[in-house]
Design a protein around this ligand. Structure first.
Ligand code: HEM
Length: 243
């Protein structure tokens, strides 16, 4: 049977948790962006064909001749990256909404495996990256950060350190969006730098720090909102028990 104080407590919590609504909006916003980017990438690479992408056209123009093995590795990298984006968003939304833990766990594990496969395939690609050594180093750094953040997320979940698992999941998933930020930054910087090649290199270096900064801002805002709603619940509880 539900006790009156517990029912009052739930009612107070419901009335004073803007955090949950705010987090739900963020989760759905991230989900929409992820789905759009997945559709964009899958259409370009697996429906239109890699040779018709602007990426490949610039690469060929810069003197690169794609061979069969390289194409397969790029295909594996892109397919695994898309899987990581898709499973990451499922794990992210379910985690924020605190729903369906078995599905959250399955999505999380698939995400970790997909990141490892995509990052391993990304290694040889880094050595043929458009832009030479500076792009190669930038991609290798990105690879390291992607693997490290995903590993931290997975290990913290295994240790049941849920608060830190959540924070690292946000960071890891933010890095998964690096390819999208890379495209946005390349487009934004091409005119100011008067060179697509230079814009691409700067974007390779900036794509993951920009995303990690956005993740930190989101984490801090979330922590502030959590603290505010906890305070409101405590005040309401104190007021109701005082009555
Ligand atoms: C976050 C870690 C990642 C690393 C280190 C990485 C690495 C690379 C590298 C080295 C290339 C070749 C670039 C070149 O030749 O100039 C590449 C291309 C590509 N990657 Fe990734 N990648 C990552 C994440 C992703 C993600 C999450 C996606 C999501 C769909 C993705 C999709 C692609 C695509 C579509 C290409 C072809 C070029 C383009 O259109 O951007 N990558 N990646």
């Amino acid at each position: 049977m539900t006790s009156r104080p517990a029912a009052k407590d739930r009612a107070a919590r419901k009335a004073s948790t803007p955090t949950r609504d705010w987090k739900s909006w963020i989760a759905w916003g991230v989900a929409v962006v992820a789905v759009l980017w997945i559709l964009h990438t899958a259409t370009q690479y697996f429906a239109m064909g890699v040779d018709r992408t602007t990426f490949m056209q610039h690469k060929v123009q810069s003197g690169f001749e794609p061979w069969a093995g390289w194409r397969i590795v790029l295909g594996v990298h892109v397919a695994a990256a898309i899987t990581a984006m898709a499973t990451g968003v499922v794990a992210f939304v379910l985690g924020i909404r605190k729903q369906r833990w078995p599905l959250h766990r399955l999505a999380g594990r698939t995400y970790a495996v997909a990141v490892v496969i995509s990052a391993v395939a990304g290694l040889p690609l880094a050595f043929t990256a458009t832009g030479g050594a500076s792009a190669t180093i930038g991609f290798l750094l990105l690879n390291g950060v992607w693997l490290a953040t995903a590993a931290a997320t997975y290990l913290l979940a295994r240790r049941h350190d849920i608060a830190r698992h959540r924070a690292w999941a946000v960071r890891s998933y933010a890095v998964t969006f690096a390819n999208m930020t890379l495209h946005l930054l390349t487009a934004l910087l091409t005119d100011p730098l008067d060179s697509r090649a230079a814009a691409y290199i700067v974007a390779v270096w900036l794509c993951w720090p920009v995303n990690l900064c956005a993740a930190e801002v989101a984490l801090r805002a979330g922590a502030r909102l959590n603290a505010r709603s906890k305070k409101a619940v405590t005040q309401k509880r104190a007021a109701s028990t005082g009555n």
